[in-house]
Design a protein around this ligand. Structure first.
Ligand SMILES: Nc1nc2c(ncn2[C@@H]2O[C@H](COP(=O)(O)OP(=O)(O)OP(=O)(O)O)[C@@H](O)[C@H]2O)c(=O)[nH]1
Ligand SMILES: [Mg+2]
Length: 441
């Protein structure tokens, strides 16, 4: 599934990661590769340009956080921008304590009836009392189709009235029938040809009658570029609450999912991956994009990068950069480094994007950090702020207090000095090198 988009994006990422340096030229080439990959995968041209434009601007303007290489940063930006374009995580808001109403919309053959049955099954399994309403009076055999599909999920009840030709009335009757004894009602509607104004009007009337909590627009994932315009047309008639993309098991290129969600601002809630009733996946953009980019656990990587970013104390950073580092700052830096230690583990799981610190170096650092930490904790407040006041008698006291040797204390003091000058000289650029020095000799 989604082979074209995945191959295209992965090739672009691979090329970037293989580049000797990520300079402006490399970023621009990366962006061109992305554009090609997105457009070839049916993402609408305007949208592809928009997203790659953002990637380019951020890649050129933003600095990577400490401990993150430029390459990793650029790949994370791409990831974030695609996820953003897709509107983030989500599904319809459901509450078992009330009647939840969903109306399915979509053109002919998009997979509405199948999706209706899949959703009924999905929510019935999760303890909902589900009723479905067959409000498709256009397609011969529509009621039989829905009844047959729904029959494979016990507990799901189907309402139909084959004598009634007005879908609005059927919707009203169905709603009445299920009110009080169901907590989820899904209305399947007719889909005629997409150009037909009648469909949009009928849909508007049904939505007006049922007043659903959410409309779910069903889009055939194999229709490619048309996804965007189709989603847009529906959205202008009745606000689309969420999207279900079907037939992503076949030759679909996947760009449609991105385009439909961008056109409506609505999230993709579900994807259909086959004709069977349980060929349904809840859609998670982070996982979807992670899969596209071929990165297993990219989300946890992102979470850690973000966490590390949040916890960098800006003032402390300023002090460190300007050479006025205290022992407390140093201690805070140590804590940061430990995080990079675990970050490294995540980076290792990602092919081609691993960081440049090796595990042995980090282990050594971690061992020494524990020693240094206990020493700093045995210092007085004044000593921490101004370690130069530590003469030989204080040094003895600190060693004793921390249960470490005087040699350890001297080592820490000399590391401190060394670090202070290194950091000052490089203005923090050489953070990684600094970590290496800490593990030192
Ligand atoms: N491979 C595959 N086929 C699907 C999927 N979803 C639906 N289909 C098939 O697509 C065809 C149309 O599906 P329907 O559910 O009848 O579509 P519809 O939107 O209700 O069609 P109308 O009622 O005529 O507007 C059927 O043959 C389904 O079996 C899917 O996720 N994967
Ligand atoms: Mg149907």
């Amino acid at each position: 599934m989604l082979d074209s988009l995945r191959d295209g994006l992965q090739a672009a990422v691979k090329k970037l990661v293989g580049a000797s340096a990520v300079d402006e030229g490399a970023v621009k080439e990366f962006v061109r590769d992305l554009q090609r990959a997105l457009i070839q995968a049916d993402v609408n041209v305007k949208l592809a340009l928009e997203v790659t434009e953002r990637v380019q601007r951020r890649a050129l303007e933003e600095k990577p956080s400490p401990g993150v290489t430029k390459k990793d940063q650029v790949v994370s930006i791409l990831y974030e921008e695609i996820v953003r374009m897709m509107g983030g995580e989500g599904g319809p808001k459901m509450d078992k304590g009330r009647l939840n109403l969903i109306v399915m919309l979509g053109v002919q053959g998009s997979g509405k009836t199948t999706m209706t049955a899949k959703l009924a099954h999905f929510y019935a399994k999760r303890g909902f009392r589900v009723g479905v309403v067959a409000a498709d009076t256009f397609r011969p055999g529509a009621v039989a189709q829905l009844t047959t599909l729904a029959a494979s999920s016990p507990g799901v009840e189907v309402f139909s009235n084959e004598k009634e030709k007005d879908p609005v009335k059927i919707a009203r009757e169905g709603r009445k029938r299920f009110e009080g004894n169901k907590n989820l009602v899904i209305v399947d509607t007719a889909g005629r040809h997409k150009e037909e104004k009648g469909l949009l009007k009928e849909m508007k009337d049904v939505v007006g009658e049922v007043k659903p909590d959410a409309t779910i627009l069903v889009i055939d994932g194999t229709i490619g570029q048309q996804c965007y315009n189709q989603a847009m047309a529906f959205h202008q008639t009745a606000p689309v609450g969420g999207i279900a993309i079907t037939k992503l098991d076949g030759t679909a290129k996947g760009g449609g999912a991105i385009a439909a969600s961008a056109a409506t601002g609505a999230k993709v809630f579900f994807i259909g991956t086959g004709e069977r009733i349980d060929d349904l996946e809840e859609f998670a953009p982070t996982r979807f994009v992670g899969r596209l980019l071929g990165m297993g656990d990219l989300k946890s990587l992102m979470d850690m990068v973000r966490q590390a970013e949040v916890e960098v104390d800006e003032k402390a950073m300023q002090r460190v950069m300007s050479g006025k580092m205290t022992m407390d700052d140093l201690l805070a830096q140590f804590e940061q480094m430990k995080k990079f230690g675990s970050l490294k583990k995540v980076l290792d799981h990602i092919p081609g994007v691993s960081g440049s610190l090796n595990a042995e170096e980090l282990d050594k650092v971690e061992g020494r950090l524990a020693v240094y930490k206990s020493i700093i904790q045995s210092m007085t407040k004044d000593e921490r702020t101004d370690p130069q006041t530590i003469g030989s008698s204080r040094l003895r006291r600190i060693a004793k207090g921390s249960g470490r040797t005087e040699k350890d204390v001297r080592e820490l003091l000399s590391r401190y000095k060394q670090m202070k000058s290194v950091v000052k000289a490089s203005k923090g650029r050489e953070f990684r090198q600094m970590v290496r020095r800490m593990g030192g000799e």
